[in-house]
Structures are given as structure tokens and as C-alpha cells.
Design a protein around this ligand. Structure first.
Ligand code: IMP
Ligand code: MG
Length: 181
């Protein structure tokens, strides 16, 4: 695997597709155990989580699981704007449902906290969250996700759904911004 550049910035290989697949399957096993017979509703946060959600959902052998999509946005370039705009709302009835939020990455935690607040208004039976990646040092609000694929330091990454201004989501592996030296 080689370095790649986007917008004049250099990114180096960080997590390979094989490692990602391994964690996705580990998470799927835990989720299967916890959600067996519960008619879980996976709630994929667009855009970033769509690739992870697709792999995770297929890896979970739950006969009664469903999936829905909601779109939030809080990032401009490489900075969190601190303001979360809901771009596409939830149409499913979630009252009494066991909700599993599927996120690509938890950074400041603002998106997740906002979403949890929104969901709570509709009386779900439970709300848990799975995130492929988690930057514990960057968390400013809310709790750690219930299920985490990888804990990583606060560096900017892309690939496997994660973007830089819309680009690089289609990279099968994850890359990290290379430190300037
Ligand atoms: P939070 O609201 O700060 O937790 O940010 C959550 C959202 O910001 C994620 O769902 C991602 O879409 C985006 N994000 C956070 N960190 C990164 C990163 O390192 N690369 C690309 N997107 C990121
Ligand atoms: Mg996202």
C-alpha cells in the first residue's frame, strides 16, 4: 500500500481492509448475541457510515433485524464545525424499537449526542451505538459507543466511507494524515 494525496495533503496507510473486516465480524458476533430476537433497527448515519453499515449488517446473522438511514453533517474539511445540521430525517416509527446507531467514527461526540436527543423524543425501547472508529481524546460530549471497532488517536483519517470534503470514501483501506516533518 502506498501513500496517497488529496488536496495537496499526504495520507499514509493506517488500517488495512483485512483488519477492518476482522473487526466488523467481531462486532457482528457481539451484536448478534445482544440483539437476538429483538427486532433491532440499525440506524445508519449517512454519509460516512454507509460502507461500514453495509458490511456490518450483512455480517450480522439476525433474522429479524432492519436497517434505516438518517443523514447528519457536522464537518467542514478537517474541522468539526461544532454545529450539527440534520439533513435527512427519520421516517420510520421507532417507538418501542431497539435502536442500534451505526456510525463510522466518533470524534467530538456532538453528532451522536444530537442524534440521541432527537431519538429519545420518539420513545424507543433502547438506544445503543456501534462505531467502527473512536477517538477517545477528542470526545467532548456524551459517552463512548457501546461497540467500538478501533480506538485511535486524534488524527484525521479517510477511506472506507470517511471523506475529505466528499472525496476518498471509496478507498477500501483507511489512511491517516501524515505528520509534517
Ligand atoms: P463528531 O460529531 O465530532 O463526533 O463527528 C462525527 C462525524 O465527523 C463523523 O461521523 C465523521 O463523518 C466526521 N469525522 C470525524 N472525524 C473524522 C476523520 O478523521 N475523518 C473524516 N471524517 C471525520
Ligand atoms: Mg459521519
Amino acid at each position: 500500500m502506498e501513500e496517497i494525496t488529496y488536496q495537496g495533503l499526504t495520507f499514509e496507510p493506517y488500517i488495512r481492509r483485512e483488519e477492518i473486516a476482522k473487526q466488523v465480524h467481531r462486532l457482528a458476533e457481539e451484536i448478534e448475541r445482544d440483539y437476538e430476537g429483538k427486532n433491532a433497527l440499525f440506524l445508519c448515519i449517512l454519509n460516512g457510515a454507509f460502507i461500514f453499515a453495509s458490511d456490518l449488517f450483512r455480517a450480522c446473522k439476525l433474522r429479524d433485524a432492519e436497517i434505516a438511514f438518517i443523514r447528519f453533517k457536522s464537518y467542514q474539511g478537517m474541522e468539526s464545525t461544532g454545529e450539527v445540521k440534520q439533513l435527512m430525517g427519520l421516517t420510520e416509527d421507532i417507538e418501542g424499537r431497539h435502536i442500534l446507531i451505526v456510525e463510522d467514527i466518533i470524534d467530538s461526540g456532538i453528532t451522536a449526542a444530537q442524534l440521541r436527543k432527537e431519538l429519545a423524543k420518539h420513545n424507543p425501547a433502547s438506544v445503543k451505538m456501534v462505531s467502527l472508529l473512536f477517538k477517545p481524546d477528542a470526545l467532548t460530549i456524551g459517552e463512548a459507543p457501546n461497540y467500538v471497532g478501533f480506538e485511535i488517536p486524534s488524527k484525521f483519517i479517510l477511506g472506507y466511507g470517511l471523506d475529505l470534503d466528499g472525496l476518498a470514501r471509496n478507498l477500501p483501506d483507511i489512511y491517516a494524515l501524515k505528520e509534517q516533518r
